[in-house]
Design a protein around this ligand. Structure first.
Ligand SMILES: [Zn+2]
Length: 268
């Protein structure tokens, strides 16, 4: 996310944006190199018109590179202004180590890193604690031996984002879900197991309206069925009340219009 005022941003926010700009920059540079190479080939082949058609795209890529650099400049300046802060990178291969700099002499120019921007500005002891045996001995020579034997708990920003997404999905699902008040599945006689609040509300309205319909036809004849549907309505009402921490009367009032419209539409 673009940062309006670097002086009030956290190291993680600044580095996250720098990491994003770096990816954009690399992408634009790759595009530019490819386009220039193609233009060279076409010029060599004498296809001057086609080569000229590449110009706007070359200009666009150059522009993107310049924009990334301009956006990164105040962020890098802020890093300098604050006298720097801790940063950590994870080498992207199985058992990859965590380093305090990509210039670590145990790494190569071709080494692929994930910038652990969520750890920017964090105490190095905390980074080493999370990294455990993945902490680079060159970068963190003072890490205690007992930490070095622990498994790594380091996650990349992508992994963290995925976990957050998963947790949010689970939360959204839970918000839609319904169970019996004791947390067991909500089982009814007429509607089977009810898993969502949406179905619970609809089934409740149906159960009450249908019981009314049967009662109108013949209470004596349908006594057991009426009781079964009323039991279902009661079970559902209790589940809804427990979920929302509201009284059953309160919910009965709220659902009364639903019952009424079900009655009008289906059973009257
Ligand atoms: Zn290192």
């Amino acid at each position: 996310m673009p940062i309006n005022d670097p002086t009030t941003a956290t190291p993680s926010e600044i580095d996250e944006e720098l990491a994003r700009l770096d990816i954009e920059h690399t992408k634009a540079q790759k595009t530019l190199l490819g386009l220039r190479k193609r233009r060279r080939t076409w010029l060599d082949d004498g296809q001057t018109a086609s080569a000229a058609e590449l110009e706007p795209r070359i200009e666009q890529a150059s522009q993107a590179i310049a924009e990334c650099e301009a956006a990164a400049q105040p962020l890098n300046a802020e890093f300098e202004r604050r006298g720097g802060w801790t940063r950590a990178w994870l080498v992207l291969n199985t058992g990859g180590h965590v380093h305090r700099t990509t210039a670590c002499r145990t790494c190569f120019a071709t080494t692929q890193f994930a910038w652990l921007t969520q750890l920017s500005g964090h105490d190095e002891t905390k980074i080493v604690d999370l990294a455990g045996k993945a902490a680079c001995t060159e970068c963190y020579p003072s890490a205690p031996v007992e930490l070095r034997n622990r498994p790594s708990r380091i996650k990349t920003p992508e992994q963290l984002a995925r976990e957050l997404e998963k947790a949010e999905r689970a939360k959204a699902k839970a918000a839609k879900a319904i169970t019996a008040p004791d947390g067991t599945p909500l089982r009814t006689k007429g509607y089977g197991q009810i898993d969502t609040e949406f179905t619970a509300r609809r089934s409740y309205a149906d159960a009450v309206a249908y019981a009314r319909r049967l009662a109108r036809a013949s209470i004596t004849l349908h006594r057991d069925t009426i009781a079964a549907y009323r039991d279902d309505a009661q079970l559902i009402l209790a589940a809804l009340a427990a979920k929302h921490d509201r009284t059953q009367d309160d919910l009965r009032d709220e659902l009364a219009p639903n019952v009424e419209s079900r009655w009008q539409r289906e059973y009257k």
